[in-house]
Design a protein around this ligand. Structure first.
Ligand SMILES: *Cc1c(COP(=O)(O)O)cnc(C)c1O
Length: 394
């Protein structure tokens, strides 16, 4: 009781705490089992390699893939770079056209822009007001020289879930590789690289209660076999696809984090969805508050709202002692530009600035959510009564 209370953490799209069970699984690999998985001549190497292999098997099983199709990386940023630049470099003689979406994470958009500078052509598909792409429009954008389509599984700001199976089917019908950034989706929605026709899939541990600095790229090995040009050259680790000594404790952490998330996925998503709905119900009672993104095709723990008639900065400031959240993506919160995702769904700059992204997580309780809902309502009402701007009530 004496300890000053910290704000409620509702920024789980930015990162999540490491689950104590994940931490416990990792610890022995820093000290006791510290061997290099590539040391094939002694016990220390063997036990590290066995732990890495176990993680590879867990991840592959969860995606309906095989262990040799998993490449460990430093996170989703690196996995996206490896997928996009690696495919571009391996397939440029067959074509130089790539299709992606305006609402992708910067870890997809920036590699695409980089490739444009090298002579590739990129189509950035628009999204509807609900944040979803039109698969028919995607199909029309494919050309004979299209080598890759990259569409994220779940959006990191508005939580919208793109129709992966339809997109994958459309790509495979045309013989185009399909990459998906699943950093926000893995462990939260069902992913199946066969059923959804996914050729490359990026993920990261720290959005799913694992450690920062570790992720993986799934790379399809058959029907079709994806060729990938390595982006990090060195000792030839990961079958030459990504060199560098494997970070055993982090890899163990990634495997354990996903194992836990998958084991409890259905019940946990139902719990989070109920709390999220309760929060939305409370906020919806205010005039001039609108939901961003599709109402049902979305992550269960995501709520993104725009609040008419308040200054976004003032709103975050007014809430900062009660709740930790962000107005846009964490990776762009140092920039002052309005969210490119909210702009893409048709918002004005003012409305894009005046938005809040709630990301609920494993350690949140209903009492915390009620506390946050109350604080949000109070702050919005107070700001409006002080401001000369009137809410645009719809
Ligand atoms: C967080 C995130 C990334 C970046 O992942 P890191 O592991 O932090 O590099 C990429 N894409 C999406 C959709 C994300 O949410």
């Amino acid at each position: 009781m004496a300890r000053p209370s910290r704000p409620v953490y509702l920024d789980c799209h930015a990162t999540t705490p490491v689950d104590p069970l994940v931490m416990a699984a990792m610890l022995p690999f820093f000290t006791e089992h510290f061997g290099n998985p590539a040391s094939v001549g002694h016990l220390y190497g063997w036990e590290a390699e066995a732990a890495v292999q176990r993680s590879r098997e867990i991840i592959a099983a969860g995606l309906n893939a095989t262990p040799t199709e998993i490449v460990f990386t430093s996170g989703a940023t690196e996995a996206n770079n490896l997928a996009i630049k690696g495919v571009a470099e391996a397939y440029f003689s067959q074509g130089r056209h790539i299709v992606t979406v305006a609402t992708e994470h910067s870890a997809v958009l920036d590699p695409c822009r980089y490739l444009e500078g090298l002579g590739f052509e990129v189509t950035y598909l628009p999204v509807g007001p609900d944040g979803l792409i039109d698969v028919a429009e995607l199909a029309r954008s494919l050309r004979d020289d299209t080598i890759l389509v990259s569409v994220m599984a779940a959006n990191n700001e508005i939580g919208v879930l793109q129709p992966l199976a339809e997109i994958g089917q459309c790509c495979h019908d045309r013989g185009v590789l399909f990459h998906t950034d699943a950093a926000q989706a893995i462990g939260k929605i069902d992913l199946d690289v066969q059923a959804q026709h996914i050729d490359l899939l990026s993920c990261t541990a720290h959005k799913v209660y694992g450690p920062k600095g570790i992720g993986a790229l799934y790379v399809r090995q058959r029907q079709p076999r994806v060729n990938l040009a390595a982006q990090l050259h060195g000792g030839g680790h990961e079958r030459g696809r990504r060199s560098g000594t494997l970070y055993t404790p982090q890899i163990v952490g990634l495997g354990k984090a996903l194992e836990l998330a998958w084991a409890n996925q259905a019940s946990e998503q139902a719990r989070l969805g109920a709390m999220r709905d309760r929060l939305w119900q409370a906020l919806q009672a205010l005039p001039g508050v609108q939901l961003n993104g599709h109402p049902t095709q979305r992550l269960a723990h995501n709520l993104n709202i725009s609040v008419a008639g308040v200054d976004g900065q003032a709103l975050l400031l007014g809430l900062k002692n009660v709740v930790a959240l962000s107005s846009g993506a964490a990776c762009s919160s140092t920039s002052t530009a309005p969210s490119h995702v909210l702009k893409a769904i048709g918002h004005t700059d003012a409305l894009a600035y005046a938005s809040l992204r709630f990301g609920l997580g494993r350690f949140n309780t209903p009492a915390e959510i009620d506390q946050v809902a109350q604080a949000c309502c109070d702050t919005i009402t107070a700001l409006r009564s002080r401001s000369s701007i009137q809410p645009a009530v719809k």
